[in-house]
Ligand binder design. Structure first.
Ligand SMILES: Nc1nc2c(ncn2[C@@H]2O[C@H](COP(=O)(O)OP(=O)(O)O)[C@@H](O)[C@H]2O)c(=O)[nH]1
Ligand SMILES: [Mg+2]
Length: 207
């Protein structure tokens, strides 16, 4: 199980498959550079980023799903740890940000579904909702996507949200973390924090 969680009473977590851009996104929000890069699975334990002056932390959880050079057992173990971390801290997690690769997510979901498996992203989305954590899907790498609206509508369908995606702005946030284009995510987070009377934390979300 993961250790070393800072003693903070409020938290926003980034969760998702390896290489989708979680660490890049953390950098956008915190200004701090975390290990990012080509080699998926570099993050095996959570990266927390917190402030001495605030009772709040961002957490970048380890990636799950396929990782080159990582055996199946290890991958399953990471996923189990991620789920357990979220369960154990569910009271403190104000928003769960499920990060997906906008270019690849539909194909990956469909491939798993065709094999009779529950796709990791669909499973994680359902899990967050089930345990009552406000969830935002950060659809990253939109700079690589041409048929934007079509792709986002397809993603809604796969997640059980009725298209069009424009009616899910609090849940579906198309972004490009690498380009610093994350306004839809900032706005969705703002909505959720306000709804939970956490306006004092907006300073960490709004640019
Ligand atoms: N094209 C594109 N690449 C991105 C974007 N965000 C992150 N990346 C790249 O995707 C790779 C994985 O990013 P990383 O943050 O390490 O993903 P993590 O494994 O989820 O933490 C890196 O090469 C990033 O530069 C994006 O918005 N667009
Ligand atoms: Mg990472």
């Amino acid at each position: 199980m993961f250790e070393g969680r800072p003693d903070r009473e409020a938290e926003i977590v980034f969760v998702g498959r390896s290489n989708v851009g979680k660490s890049t996104l953390m950098r956008e929000f915190t200004g701090h550079t975390f290990t990012t890069g080509k080699k998926p699975g570099v993050t095996r334990s959570p990266n927390h980023y917190d402030w001495a002056s605030a009772d709040f932390t961002f957490t970048d959880l380890p990636g799950f799903g396929f990782m080159e050079g990582v055996d199946e057992g290890t991958r399953e173990g990471i996923k189990t740890d991620v789920v357990r971390y979220i369960e154990e801290n569910s009271e403190k997690i104000l928003v769960g940000v499920l990060v997906v690769d906008g270019k690849a997510v539909i194909d990956i979901i469909d491939r798993h579904t065709e094999r009779g498996e529950i796709p990791h992203d669909v499973e994680m989305f359902g899990f967050l909702q089930e345990i009552g954590i406000s969830t935002v899907v950060a659809v990253n790498k939109m700079d690589k996507v041409d048929d934007r609206d079509e792709r986002l509508d397809e993603l809604c369908e796969r997640l059980g949200l009725t298209p069009p995606h424009q009616q899910w702005r609090d849940t579906i946030a198309p972004i490009s973390a690498k380009r610093g284009q994350i306004t839809p995510l900032r706005e969705a987070l703002e909505t959720h924090l306000r709804a939970q009377n956490r306006d004092a934390l907006l300073q960490f979300i709004v640019e």
